[in-house]
Write a protein that binds this ligand. Structure first.
Ligand SMILES: Cc1cc2nc3c(=O)[nH]c(=O)nc-3n(C[C@H](O)[C@H](O)[C@H](O)COP(=O)(O)OP(=O)(O)OC[C@H]3O[C@@H](n4cnc5c(N)ncnc54)[C@H](O)[C@@H]3O)c2cc1C
Length: 479
C-alpha cells in the first residue's frame, strides 16, 4: 500500500483530516483492512460537496459502548440514525478512513427502487409470487424511507423516475415482457417506450433501441447526502470515529472486543456495514461471502447549451442501459455528464488509463456530439455483490450479537436507507418480525448453478469473473 502521511488528525469539533494519501490500487481481497485514515477518492462528489462536517475524531483510548457499527457509509450512518430515532439507542460508528470513504462517496447517485441485482420476474422464479410481491413492497417502502430521510438534506435531488434504455433491438422483447410483468403482476406503473420516442422526448442516446420508464428513481449528490447523514446522526447523539479501523475482533462472554489503533472498543452488539470494503479477515462469518467488484465513473466538464441540444437531453432523470455490465449515467444539475460502468478486476489494475478510456469510448458511442469533451473527474470503487445477487440484513449466528447489512450489488443508494432501518430493528431485538428471505438467511457462499441461471456475475471469484466479463461482452455486444 502506498501510504504517505499528509496531515495530523484533528480532535472533535472538526472533520478529521487524512492521515494517509488515497491509495488507488486498494483491493479488499488482498488488504487486511481498507486503510487507516486514508483520504477520499478524487470523486466529483467529494470535489463539490464542500468541507466534510465535524466528526468525533479517532478512537484514542479503550471504551465501552452499547452498540458499535463498523463502517460509516450510507448503511452505517442510517442504521445509527434509525437506532437513535426509533429505538433510543445511541450507537458508536467506527470508520477506518475518512467519514463515508467507501462506496457512499463514489457511486453514481442513482436511488433506484431495487434491492440486489435481480429483476422482478427473477424474484418470482426464485421465491414464488407472494414473496416477490412482498419484496416489491419492501422496495417501495424503502423509497419512502429514503425520501423521508433526504427531505431536509440538500443533496440536489433529480426526481421523476428511471429510464432503462435498451442498448440493442434484440433486448426489446425481453424488456417488453418485464414491463408487462411489472404492470400486470406488480401493479407498478412501468411503461415501454419505442426508440423514436426515447430519442425525441427523453434523450438522444444513439444506442437506444427503446426503453422502459419506471416511476420511482431519484438522482442525488452522493457527497452531500453522505455529509447530510453524518450531521443528522451526530445531532441525534451518535458518535462517529474516523481513522479507527477495526483490526482485530474477539468475542468474550458475549462482549465484542474491537481492536482499533487508538484503543479497544468493547460493545454489547455490533452492526457490520462495511460494504464492498469488507476484508477477508474482519470476521469468520463474512469470509468469502461477498464478491467485491470494481465500478468506474467519469464526469465531464459542464456541457454547453448547444451540446445539450445536440444530445437532445430533455430529461435529468437517472439513466441505465440493459447491458449485464450496465452503464449508469445522467445529466447532473450543473450540466456535466456522469457515466459509469465496469472497471478492472483487481485493485492493482484499476489505475490503468485504459479503463477510463473504455468509458470515454462508451460515452462517445452514446453521444457522438461529445467526442473529445474533457473529463474532469475519474474514479472507481468496490461494489459488494452477494453470490446469489440479493442482499442480506441478518444475524448470522443467534448466539452472537453480530448483525450485518451487506450485498446490495450496486443498488445501495436507496436500499441502504431501508437496510439501515432493518439493521437497526435487528440490533434492537426486533429481527423476528422481519420475514423476507433477505432477512432470514446468511449471505451464501458461491453457487455456480444460481449464477448461471441468473446470468450474472461469477461465483468463482477472479478467474471466473475474468471469463464471465468476456462472455457478457460477447452476449451484450456481438451475439
Ligand atoms: C462506483 C460505484 C457506483 C455505484 N453506483 C450506484 C448507484 O448509482 N446506485 C446505487 O444504488 N448504488 C450504487 N453503488 C453502490 C452504493 O454506493 C452502495 O451500495 C451504498 O453507498 C451503500 O454503501 P455502504 O454504506 O453499505 O458501504 P460503503 O459506503 O462502502 O461504506 C463501508 C465503509 O466501511 C469501512 N470499513 C470497512 N472495513 C472496516 C473496518 N475493518 N473498520 C472500520 N471501517 C471499515 C470502509 O472504510 C467504508 O467507508 C455504487 C458503488 C460504486 C463503488
Amino acid at each position: 500500500m502506498s501510504a504517505t502521511a499528509t496531515a495530523a488528525p484533528q480532535t472533535a469539533g472538526h472533520a478529521t483530516a487524512s492521515l494517509r494519501a488515497y491509495d488507488p490500487a486498494y483491493d479488499p481481497l488482498v488488504s487486511s483492512t481498507p486503510g487507516h485514515g486514508t483520504d477520499y477518492a478524487p470523486t466529483y462528489w467529494i470535489g463539490t460537496a464542500g468541507p466534510p462536517p465535524e466528526d468525533d475524531g479517532p478512537v484514542v483510548s479503550d471504551m465501552d459502548v452499547d452498540v458499535a457499527i463498523i463502517g460509516s457509509g450510507f448503511t452505517g450512518l442510517t442504521a445509527a440514525i434509525f437506532l437513535a430515532q426509533e429505538h433510543g439507542i445511541k450507537a458508536t460508528v467506527l470508520e477506518a478512513n475518512r467519514s463515508s470513504w467507501g462506496c457512499s462517496t463514489r457511486n453514481g447517485g442513482q436511488a433506484q427502487c431495487a434491492s440486489g441485482r435481480l429483476k422482478r420476474s427473477q424474484w418470482i422464479t426464485r421465491y414464488g409470487l407472494d414473496t416477490a410481491l412482498a419484496l416489491h413492497r419492501e422496495c417501495l417502502e424503502g423509497m419512502e424511507t429514503f425520501k423521508a430521510l433526504i427531505k431536509d438534506i440538500d443533496c440536489e435531488p433529480q426526481p421523476g423516475g428511471h429510464l432503462y434504455i435498451a442498448h440493442r433491438p434484440k433486448v426489446m422483447p425481453t424488456l417488453a415482457k418485464e414491463v408487462e410483468c411489472l404492470r400486470e403482476v406488480f401493479k407498478y406503473d412501468a411503461r415501454l417506450l419505442d426508440a423514436e420516442t426515447v430519442k425525441r422526448e427523453w434523450v438522444d442516446d444513439r444506442e437506444a433501441a427503446g426503453a422502459m420508464h419506471e416511476p420511482e428513481g431519484i438522482g442525488i449528490h452522493a457527497g452531500k447526502l453522505a455529509f447530510g447523514y453524518l450531521k443528522k446522526a451526530r445531532a441525534l447523539g451518535v458518535k462517529v470515529h474516523p481513522a479507527s479501523p477495526v483490526q482485530g475482533w474477539e468475542t468474550r462472554n458475549g462482549v465484542h472486543h474491537l481492536r482499533t489503533p487508538g484503543g479497544t472498543v468493547r460493545a454489547r452488539a455490533v452492526g457490520v456495514a462495511t460494504g464492498g470494503y469488507t476484508s477477508q479477515t474482519l470476521h469468520g462469518e463474512l469470509k468469502n461471502r461477498l464478491l467485491p467488484i470494481l465500478s468506474n465513473s467519469i464526469v465531464t466538464r459542464p456541457l454547453t447549451q448547444s451540446e445539450i441540444d445536440a444530445c437532445n437531453f430533455r430529461t435529468r432523470q437517472v439513466l441505465t442501459d440493459t447491458r449485464v455490465l450496465r452503464h449508469y449515467y445522467r445529466l447532473l444539475p450543473d450540466n456535466r455528464l456522469q457515466i459509469g460502468s465496469r472497471s478492472a478486476i483487481t485493485g492493482r489494475d484499476a489505475p490503468q488509463k485504459k479503463y477510463e478510456q473504455f468509458l470515454v469510448n462508451d460515452l462517445q458511442r452514446k453521444f457522438p456530439a461529445l467526442a473529445g469533451i474533457p473529463i474532469e473527474y475519474s474514479w472507481w470503487g468496490w461494489v459488494d455483490v452477494a453470490h446469489d445477487m440479493m442482499p442480506r440484513i441478518f444475524q448470522p449466528d443467534p448466539s452472537q450479537s453480530l448483525y450485518y447489512a451487506l450485498g446490495y450489488g450496486g443498488n445501495g443508494v436507496m436500499y441502504s436507507a431501508q437496510a439501515g432501518r432493518r439493521l437497526a430493528q435487528w440490533i434492537a431485538g426486533q429481527g423476528a418480525s422481519l420475514q423476507l428471505p433477505i432477512f432470514r438467511s446468511k449471505l451464501p457462499f458461491p453457487n455456480i448453478r444460481e449464477m448461471v441461471v441468473s446470468e450474472h456475475f461469477a461465483p468463482f471469484r477472479r478467474f471466473g469473473q475474468w471469463f464471465l466479463y468476456r462472455w457478457y461482452y460477447l452476449n451484450d455486444e456481438i451475439l
